[in-house]
Design a protein. Sequence first.
Length: 441
Amino acid sequence: MGNHKEHWPIESGHFRDFLSFDHYQAEGKMLSQAALEEQRRALKGQALFEGEEYPAFSRIGYLGRTVYVDLGNAAWQAVVVTSEGWQVLDHPPARFRRAVSQEALPMPQPGTGDITLLRKYVNVASDDDFRMLVAWLLGCFHPRGPYPILILNGEQGSAKSTTARVLRSLIDPANPMARSTPNSEQDLVIAAKHNHVLAFDNLSNIKPGMADAFCRIATGGGFGTRKLHTDAEESLFTAVRPCLLNGIPDLATRPDLADRAIVVNLPTIPASERQFEGEFNRALAQDAPRIFSGLLDAVSAALANLTTVTLTERPRMADFAKWVTAAEPAVGWPQGSFLTAYATNRTTSDQASVEGNPVALAILKFIAEEKRWSGTITDLNAALRNRYPHLTDDPNSYPRQLNRLSGAIRRVQPPLRRMGVSISFDRQGHAGERILRIESA
């Protein structure tokens, strides 16, 4: 840390720097180890119980209506972004903490921003898909969230890992850029404590428990676990973080995850068009400062326009949609083009989540034949299993317990509703028997 102590939050691990032997040698004194430890404890107590408190941020900070971005360099510089523009500060008022894995962002230059340069470093099939990647990046600069989960799908040779690395390098570079699948919610929480962006590479599937954890960390939620070296104390952590996932299979099969996600399917790159990694990295390093500067221009525009933006509709993740819409003028998009692209992306995600969900597919087929149906969950289960055994025979994908089936139906309600199928749960009769009502619009 050396000369940079002023940028760190007040924590017990940083006070040894304030009591150096050099200080006491200059005064002609030398403290014993016991006396030094006593002084350290005294200063620690003063700082914890009498000193000023400051919020400590990871990469992105927010004080008032000003955004601060830690550049991650040795000089501890940060970019300060307001509604009037942005500049690099040597001594920012925001305090940042850094993980050992954190790396430096490219040094931006005012007046040079050009977000369109990013297009040649990401593998997308359409302008709308490119808008979705830029929108996710812009959303990462919102310090409070919520943040949509970016999911990159594609075959081998579609540059999923490279595209993910490029995107993260423009907001929260780290070494490594992406990690393997987290084994538990606790692993996810630890990663969130030390990173602004959580990037996971080459996922083959997402277990239900981890899908729930990703949903909570994208929109905000608390996590609790037993504190280390204790039996009864609990360690609590509250976080909202942008997430970036990539894999070959469709990862957004759970409707609640798809509802919070931007899903981009990357096309396969022909062998004749693949680039040498060294040449690619050199070109990216040259253009990265201008791309990053363009993102900062857009963040400034979002701050300037946010209070005057009105959305024609309020989709899920409405705060994110409003933030990106406010930034549209700075990235050269026609007014409303983001919301149009976002709606198309959500429709595609709905279709993918239904196609990968046997319960949703069975209900969709059932109501296409019946048009309207009502009955108990027992009746529905019998009807679906009798008519569509190819969808309902696998106990790993189609729940056997009726309460689990009821929960699975509730999860698919939102995408099915957007596809024109209404599902409601009612009670009737003196016994309050629960009745499902399903109908096609």
